[in-house]
Design a protein around this ligand. Structure first.
Ligand code: BG6
Length: 479
């Protein structure tokens, strides 16, 4: 027994997670191209675009696009990283915007200004010994690839993505060791435009299109793993799942089966990325749904030989399912995946179920299934913060949420699950991915900006700032 089952290992990577499009702003600066997320306004058009039902290829008059300025991290990252360092971050998860490196996505030569921006950013992190954890694709595809090629519907995207991955691996090989390929790859099934830039045409078979696009992403992910291992010998390259176990509402075997099927919709992706082959249940699903994947001869070999080193996942809530139509009426939202209301649990202001024990259960479930190190790369509470008359944000609700989740994560480690790090979502307030709001805040650092872009962008520490700092300092001993 070599494992220390008392809690967090000394090497545990504490930190926070952000994404380019929700943070950087400067959306066309220094040669960056337009990406899919730059076309998501706040308001009623957002959802139809996110699910691929409302085509949009350029910003519309009269709409407000939060990603265009976001929190201006592009110009303020030094100040923000200094604050992360003050909290003692060991790691910062961030994404590279594909369109900063290849503005159109299909060029051969990269945009030097884009490469230089991330070079400087990584140097800044290095100053404080903060290890970067980099996502290659966090919900953004260069819009040119959507217009000209149909985005991930088209097999050509694989080689464009591989070229992008090879370019950044080569450029940052001395600076970045931890990588993730696609953020929440299973989101493709729920928000196909966000996950894969998919826009559906009238009469198109959506299931067929989504799984074909998924196949292209899975092959692209495997080729990125291959390239990463070739270029950076000590690289750790992971996949990333929007996780959260599905509970059956009752002990009726039909509910239990349904819960298993719902989980498999998501596991499908990780089964391929981690085990290297399409699982039997997926083959049956394809057959019964008339889905025929167009594969090339080498695809299966590529998937088999280039599996991921670790499993990254986000955890916000568990979900509940039932086969009883009456029970099904009582639904709630939760990181886009619908769920039935769990009568035992509270919800956030956005209706997301709060289930700390679900994190322990999910981590155990993933570890039992894959037997690879896990990395909790997102978790947190989106809440309305109202500064008091002194301008201070006393976010005890956030501390309570995080504390309970950290306790359960510690329990999972004591269960024997190999968890290598934890990056809470949005350590500084950023734009919400699902709604585009600024009002839905996750941060330890408050940013003065509202849903319509008013505000000074000034950064202020919230009460949770000192709390998280102490967690890191004590390596989670003082929860
Ligand atoms: C995850 C995404 O789905 O959840 C993030 O990877 C996102 O990009 C996070 O921001 C929280 O969701 P939201 O909608 O509250 O921003």
């Amino acid at each position: 027994m070599s494992k220390n089952l008392t809690g967090f290992p000394e090497s545990f990577l504490w930190g926070g997670a952000i994404a380019a499009n929700q943070t950087e702003g400067a959306y066309l600066k220094d040669g960056k191209g337009l990406t899919t997320v730059d076309l998501l306004p706040i308001g009623e058009k957002r959802f139809p675009i996110m699910i691929g039902k409302l085509p949009s290829f350029s910003p519309l008059e009269g709409e407000f696009y939060p990603s265009h300025e976001a929190i201006d991290f592009y110009h303020r990252y030094k100040e923000d990283i200094a604050l992360f360092a003050e909290m003692g971050f060991k790691t910062l998860r961030l994404s590279i915007s594909w369109a900063r490196i290849f503005p159109n996505g299909d060029e051969i030569e990269p945009n030097e200004a884009g490469l230089q921006f991330y070079d400087d950013l990584f140097d800044e992190l290095k100053k404080y010994n903060i290890e970067p954890l980099v996502t290659l694709a966090h919900f953004d595809v260069p819009v040119h690839l959507v217009k000209e090629y149909g985005s991930w519907k088209n097999r050509k995207l694989i080689s464009f993505f591989e070229n992008y991955a090879r370019t950044v691996f080569t450029r940052y090989k001395k600076k970045v060791k931890y990588w993730l390929t696609f953020n929440e790859i299973n989101m493709l099934l729920h928000l196909p435009y966000i996950g894969a830039g998919l826009v559906f045409e009238e009469g198109e078979d959506e299931k067929q299109v989504k799984y074909q696009a998924a196949h292209h992403q899975l092959v692209a992910s495997a080729l990125a793993v291959k390239a990463g291992h070739e270029i950076i010998p000590d690289a750790k390259i992971g996949c990333m799942l929007a996780a959260g176990m599905t509970y059956p509402y009752s002990s009726n075997p039909n509910d239990v089966m349904d819960a298993m099927d719902k989980d498999r919709e998501s596991f499908f992706f990780i089964d391929v990325q981690s085990r290297g082959e399409y699982p039997g249940y997926a083959k049956r699903f394809f057959l019964e749904n008339d889905i025929e994947l167009d594969m090339e001869e080498n695809d299966e070999k590529i998937l088999k030989e280039n599996t991921v080193d670790y499993i990254g996942f986000s955890y916000y809530s568990s979900r509940v399912t039932s086969t009883d139509p009456k029970i099904q009426e009582n639904t709630t939202s939760g990181n886009v995946f619908g769920s039935i209301t769990n009568p035992y649990l509270e919800k956030s202001e956005w209706g997301w179920t709060i289930d700390p024990k679900g994190l322990r259960i999910t981590a155990n479930q993933l570890y039992d299934r894959y037997q690879k190190p896990l990395f909790v790369v997102e978790n947190g509470l989106g809440a309305v913060d109202i500064p008091n008359e002194d301008g201070a944000v006393v976010d005890d609700y956030r501390i309570a949420y995080l504390r309970e989740h950290l306790k359960e994560m510690k329990e999972a480690i004591r269960d024997g699950v190999d968890i290598i790090g934890y990056t809470s979502w949005g350590p500084i307030d950023i734009v919400s991915a699902s709604t585009g709001e600024m009002k839905k805040r996750y941060g330890y650092i408050y940013v003065d900006r509202d849903n319509l872009g008013n505000g000074t962008l000034k950064r202020t520490k919230k009460k949770s700032f000192e709390w998280y700092k102490n967690i890191i300092q004590t390596n989670g001993k003082e929860l």
